[in-house]
Design a protein around this ligand. Structure first.
Ligand code: SF4
Ligand code: SF4
Ligand code: SF4
Length: 379
């Protein structure tokens, strides 16, 4: 484990407005001020149900994006500009995608400072609007904010606060995206800093920060040097609370994985793949959004149509290519127009591979066991 601190923005306004005491906002501002990076890549809130990537060097814009956005299931790795030093706020799946893209020479990891954010899952915007309307009778336009805290879903609306246990919400088909429910990486240990609420004493406006790399040290030092942050060392109790929270969230994710997997007949899983992938209409969207796919327009899989088979070679090639690379981000499943559970399918292969070969994509720079990335990214 790296060095652990409780840290917050020194500026009272940023501390009050920012998520968890504004540490991340203050550190991004410090990285710009110190010239560690040219720009920062963050999520800009359009409203409660829409967030978009923002690449900026404007401190005022950074300050205006200071709160977390749950209904922005983006993968920021796809928005990193080439050849520029950038600090980016990353969920575990963003960080893992950045590392995998770096192996495929799509990104130079040396240029990137990753401020990791603990993640318990993201929500699909439209489904979340349906949830507030169906379950609480609210007009989504009247929603001022929503959050998940201590296993409950809270909606803050003009007419008051509404809440439901997450388990209940998700049993009714609302809540987090399926891939987030079974994603068991909550703390972005592959980033430069890991930041989150877990371990922060109740009532304290602060972030629990773990420094994981030399670049993480540089970011933290920039915050100190510019007097943007204040901090204290995390105590044993706070560290243990964070470990327990992480373990509980991983167990919860594994429970979801078992539950969703149990819908597949293990004695006849081939039928499951044939039935699901046989519905593919070959729009190509899952390839376009996949952050670890480095092949361009001349990709082999794009030449492969159905050609009389029930599962097209397009899908079979993607299954093979992603078997040791899929980081479970859910982007493919989000865009599939015929709702094929693509992440579940790719993860069933990847998790098996992980177990057999002991290789986990997106954690460090060792090469994928099945493929040697070539210069230019083609595999
Ligand atoms: S896949 Fe995992 S890291 Fe990514 S948004 Fe979902 S829960 Fe967070
Ligand atoms: S296959 Fe899907 S879940 Fe896996 S990395 Fe690509 S987009 Fe993400
Ligand atoms: S997004 Fe869905 S329909 Fe489109 S190519 Fe991928 S699997 Fe097929």
């Amino acid at each position: 484990m790296g060095k652990c601190y409780l840290a917050w923005a020194k500026d009272p306004e940023i501390r009050q407005k920012g998520g968890s005491g504004g540490f991340v906002t203050a550190t991004l501002l410090a990285a710009l001020k110190e010239g560690l990076v040219e720009r920062v890549l963050i999520v800009r809130r359009i409203d409660e149900f829409e967030g978009v990537p923002l690449l900026t060097d404007d401190p005022e814009e950074v300050k205006s994006c200071s709160s977390a956005h749950l209904a922005a299931p983006l993968n920021l790795s796809s928005y990193i500009p080439p050849g520029e030093r950038v600090a980016v706020t990353v969920k575990p799946c963003d960080a893992r995608a950045i590392i995998e893209r770096s192996k495929r020479r799509q990104i130079d990891l040396e240029d990137i400072y990753m401020l990791g954010l603990n993640c318990g899952g993201t929500f699909m915007p439209v489904r979340t609007m349906e949830a507030v309307s169906d379950l609480f009778g609210l007009d989504p336009g009247d929603v001022l904010g929503f959050e998940v805290s201590k296993g409950k879903f809270f909606v803050e609306a003009r007419s008051g606060t509404y809440t439901l246990p997450m388990v209940e919400l998700e049993r009714m088909g609302y809540g987090r995206r399926d891939p987030c429910r079974y994603c068991n990486i909550n703390i972005p240990v592959m980033a430069d800093l890991a930041c989150g609420d877990a371990g922060v004493p109740p009532g304290m406006r602060a972030t629990f920060v773990e420094i994981l790399t030399d670049k993480g040290d540089e970011l933290f030092e920039a915050g100190i040097k510019t007097s943007m942050i204040e901090f204290e060392e995390a105590g044993k109790e706070e560290i243990e609370t964070r470990v327990r929270t992480d373990r509980r969230m991983s167990e919860d994710a594994d429970m979801w994985w078992d539950e969703l997997s149990s819908m597949i007949d293990e004695d006849d899983h081939l039928s499951y793949y044939i039935n699901e992938l046989g519905r593919c209409i070959h729009c190509g969207s899952c390839k376009i959004v996949c952050p670890v796919c480095a092949c361009k327009d001349d990709a082999k899989c794009l030449d492969m149509g159905r050609e009389g088979y029930r599962i097209s070679l397009y899908n079979l090639i993607r299954l093979f290519h992603l078997m040791d690379s899929c980081i479970g981000c859910g982007q493919c499943e989000d865009v599939c127009p015929v709702d094929i559970p693509l992440t579940m399918i790719h993860q069933r292969f990847e998790r098996r591979m992980e177990k057999e070969l002991g290789y986990r994509p997106g954690f460090e720079m060792s090469k994928p066991p099945l493929q040697e990335p070539e210069p230019g990214g083609k595999v």
